[in-house]
Design a protein around this ligand. Structure first.
Ligand code: SDX
Length: 426
């Protein structure tokens, strides 16, 4: 890394502290503050607004320009020309696959889509109405119980096996969550179908009749997975890295990522957007909700708006808005009452000073729910779809960290609690 310098002078510390500054291949420089501990001082950055937790080569976001690159390739071009399986290979390996490499990767994934038969009774422990994210957190963590011979994280073959198993099995578990919730039999995956066709088959097929996945829906599903595949050091990916830094097995780490993703400020927002659009119910009520979003006394936020990094449009929202139009048109659902509400809400919000001042634009979650609803995915499964798409990104970051020298993540704090005091004599 090319090294520049920063100088820090702190009241109470005599000498000026020299800190190395590193430049990335693009994006902001970083100041290496590791030496500060030896000076008896910490940096303070709740929410990690200005903190680079690691070096990575996987995904780059320029929040001001609304740029998102998977290993250098812009998301718009990948959404148009690539597919989810190819992006999984790209995120994991750093380069686009050759024709043979892609075929081999797809074949490997296909031959790991089934889950152990003893996972099936695991579902019976849950109430039928359990939120599918609760089941996924449990089921994905439980996978480690079935691969205890392949869990040495310093063994690259074990890491590769875990990557394939997680990408291949999470959609199967996701579809099992849905089938369990409606009392329908689980569908075995089919190797004659593409990743996204197979997912739709496991979701909507049944043993009594043939189910042929619609190419339109399969394409929309694949685009949804692709657009969610990775996003730099977001909360759930950072959770996976932190869990991985302790040496925890990859299934436990991905389960921790699913846990973090569930929150409505993160991956849970796509479900919350649909709930919000249904609550608004009519374009005439949009001003009431805009006012609530601006009212500091009201905890309501406009779900699907705002982003920690994008201070411009989330490029994924642009792709998804166009895809939503196409899917609804192709399915003859242009009269979906939620789409005009979503579009009017976007228009009004983007003209409102409050949102303009705070750079609050639609994010990936704003339109994804409309497409998922058109595909027939139940609302409470939306975040499970997000987790299924994000699995290659989580795994790629976990693998990148473990493949390089790493230290256990252990932040410090600004302590403002009681100082030393003796226990009172009784
Ligand atoms: C994802 O990090 C990632 O990359 C995540 C993600 C990924 O792919 O992994 O992109 C996926 O999580 C997308 C975000 C989905 N979440 C939502 O749509 C929920 C609604 N959005 C907000 O909760 C919020 O915008 C966050 C959590 C997304 C970002 O919050 P920040 O960066 O901490 O910003 P903030 O909460 O400090 O907001 C700054 C200001 C505040 O007002 P002031 O105190 O300055 O007056 O903007 C306001 C906030 O109140 N604000 C909103 C708002 N989002 C921020 N006001 C109304 N509605 C909103 N949605």
């Amino acid at each position: 890394m090319a090294e520049k310098k920063a100088q820090l002078s702190v009241d109470g510390i005599e000498e000026t502290i020299d800190l190395p500054v590193y430049e990335g291949s693009t994006g902001p420089d970083v100041v290496d503050v590791r030496s500060l501990t030896s000076k008896g001082i910490f940096t303070y950055d709740p929410g990690f607004m200005s903190t680079a937790s690691c070096e990575s080569k996987i995904t780059y976001i320029d929040g001001d320009k609304g740029v998102l690159l998977y290993r250098g390739y812009p998301i718009e071009q990948l959404a148009e020309k690539s597919d989810f399986m190819e992006c999984c290979f790209l995120l994991l390996n750093g380069e686009l696959p050759s024709v043979d490499e892609k075929a081999q990767f797809i074949d490997e994934i296909k031959h790991h889509t089934m889950v152990h038969e003893q996972i099936r009774p695991f579902f019976n422990g849950f109430p039928r109405h359990a939120h599918p994210m609760a089941i996924m957190i449990g089921a994905v963590g439980a996978l480690s119980a079935f691969y205890h011979n392949d869990l040495q994280i310093d063994n690259i073959e074990h890491r590769k096996a875990a990557a394939v198993r997680l990408i291949a099995k999470i959609p199967t578990l996701a579809a099992m969550c849905y089938k369990y919730s409606i009392g329908m039999p689980f569908m075995h995956p089919r190797n004659d179908l593409s990743f996204s066709e197979n997912f739709l088959y496991m979701m909507f097929g049944n043993p009594c009749e043939e189910y042929i996945p619609s190419p339109v829906l399969a394409d929309a599903m694949d685009k949804i997975f692709l657009l969610h595949a990775d996003h730099e050091q977001n909360a759930s990916t950072s959770t996976v890295r932190l869990a991985g830094s302790t040496g925890a097995n990859p299934y436990a780490c991905i389960s921790s990522g699913i846990t973090a993703l569930w929150g409505p400020s993160h991956g849970g927002a796509n479900e919350a957007v649909l709930t919000m659009l249904n609550e608004i119910g009519d374009v005439s009520r949009i001003p009431e909700f805009i006012d609530r979003a601006k009212d500091k006394e009201d905890p309501f936020k406009l779900m699907g708006f705002g982003h920690r990094v994008y201070k411009n449009f989330d490029p994924r929202a642009h792709v998804l808005r166009d895809a939503a139009n196409n899917v609804l048109e192709e399915l003859g659902l242009t009269n979906d009452p939620l789409l005009p509400i979503a579009k009017e809400l976007e228009r009004i919000a983007l003209e409102d000073e409050y949102f303009i001042e705070r750079n609050l634009y639609p994010n990936v979650d704003f339109y994804s729910g409309i497409i998922l609803k058109a595909i027939g995915i139940p609302t409470n499964l939306f975040t499970v779809i997000f987790a299924t798409g994000r699995t290659p990104g989580w795994v790629a970051h976990w693998h990148e960290m473990i493949s390089n020298p790493f230290k256990i993540g252990r932040p410090r704090q600004l302590y403002t609690g009681p100082t030393f005091r003796d226990y009172p004599d009784k």
